[in-house]
Each structure stands twice: as structure tokens, then as C-alpha cells.
Design a protein around this ligand. Structure first.
Ligand code: FMN
Length: 157
């Protein structure tokens, strides 16, 4: 299986920590959007897309990258995020990215998110919230998530 992870991690490197664990399990490089060769992307069996959440959405750099992809039949994808608050309806942050990936020809297999140190302005005054996260349990959840993906990819053609 050939996998790659596209990750924008700007604020505290929270999402990069999650991406690195997933990358170990999937034997995948973790790259920023500007490091991706668009033509090369079609050659992967699995592509991960992740970032922190900003005002309810994935980071603009990641969303812009996905928007810029040509529409064509592609492989499978997964999305992941770190955020102060959970990914919950009706304000799900994963759904719009999954929809956009679908428009670009990706089948999104699953979504992962965990809480992480959040220093959005109102919380910055008190040193932020979710300090210390992602913690060991979050990293273990990310590992288990990636192992599940690896198993699915290797058993379904
Ligand atoms: C300007 C700003 C806006 C944010 N907006 C949200 C938000 O809408 N929802 C949320 O759950 N977390 C929000 N956060 C918290 C980030 O998603 C969280 O810190 C994330 O782990 C950052 O990821 P990174 O360190 O990989 O960039 C915000 C943080 C900042 C600095």
C-alpha cells in the first residue's frame, strides 16, 4: 500500500503530532500542501488530509489545496483534525471537507479528530484550553485509527 499524508499544522504543531503517528503506521510521508506534486498524488492508494480547526473549518491552506485539485477519479482518502471542541453535528467540520474530496474524486474512508491545546483569542487570556493534549491516549487513538485504515486497505481491493 502506498500512502501519503497532507498536513497543515500551524498553531502549535498539534496536528503534526497526530499525522506523524499515523504516518508511522501507514508508512506514509507527512507533507505540507505546498510540498505535494499534484500529478504524483494520483499514484497513492490512500491520502490523508489533516489540520487544526479554525473558526469551524479546516485550515484555509489545506482547503485551498483540495479546491485546487483537478476533478478526476482518484483513490481513497481519510481526514483528521485537532481542535478545541469535538466534531459534532450540526457544526461538523469534517463533513464539508469530505464533500469537497468527493467532488475531487476521492472516496473518504473515515475521519478522526481529537482535542488539542487551543489558544483561540478568548482562551488565550487564560493560557488556552485542553493544555497537554494531544496526550498519550490521543496519540494511541490516532495509532489505532491508522491501524484500522491499514487493515481496511489491505483487505479491500
Ligand atoms: C484563531 C484560532 C481559531 C480556532 N478556531 C477553532 C474552532 O473554531 N473550533 C475548535 O474546536 N478549535 C479552534 N481552534 C483551536 C485549534 O483548532 C487547535 O489549537 C488545533 O489543535 C491547532 O492545530 P495545529 O497546532 O496543528 O495548527 C482555534 C485556534 C485558533 C488559534
Amino acid at each position: 500500500m502506498k500512502a501519503i499524508i497532507v498536513c497543515t499544522s500551524i498553531s502549535h504543531g498539534n496536528t503534526k503530532r497526530i499525522a506523524d503517528i499515523m504516518g508511522q503506521v501507514l508508512d506514509a510521508r507527512v507533507v505540507a500542501p505546498e510540498q505535494v506534486d499534484m500529478a504524483d498524488l494520483a499514484t497513492y492508494d490512500l491520502v490523508g488530509f489533516g489540520s487544526g480547526i479554525y473558526l469551524g473549518s479546516f485550515h484555509p491552506q489545506l482547503r485551498q489545496f483540495v479546491r485546487s485539485l483537478p476533478e478526476q477519479q482518484r483513490g481513497r482518502a481519510f481526514v483528521f483534525a485537532t481542535s478545541g471542541f469535538p466534531d459534532a453535528v450540526p457544526h461538523s467540520f469534517s463533513r464539508p471537507l469530505v464533500r469537497l474530496l468527493g467532488q475531487k474524486g476521492f472516496e473518504t474512508l473515515d475521519a478522526f479528530s481529537c482535542r488539542a491545546w487551543d489558544t483561540y483569542l478568548p482562551f488565550k487570556l487564560v493560557g488556552g484550553i485542553r493544555k497537554g493534549r494531544p496526550n498519550a491516549t490521543d496519540l494511541e487513538s490516532a495509532r489505532a485509527f491508522a491501524e484500522g485504515l491499514r487493515a481496511r486497505i489491505s483487505t479491500t481491493p
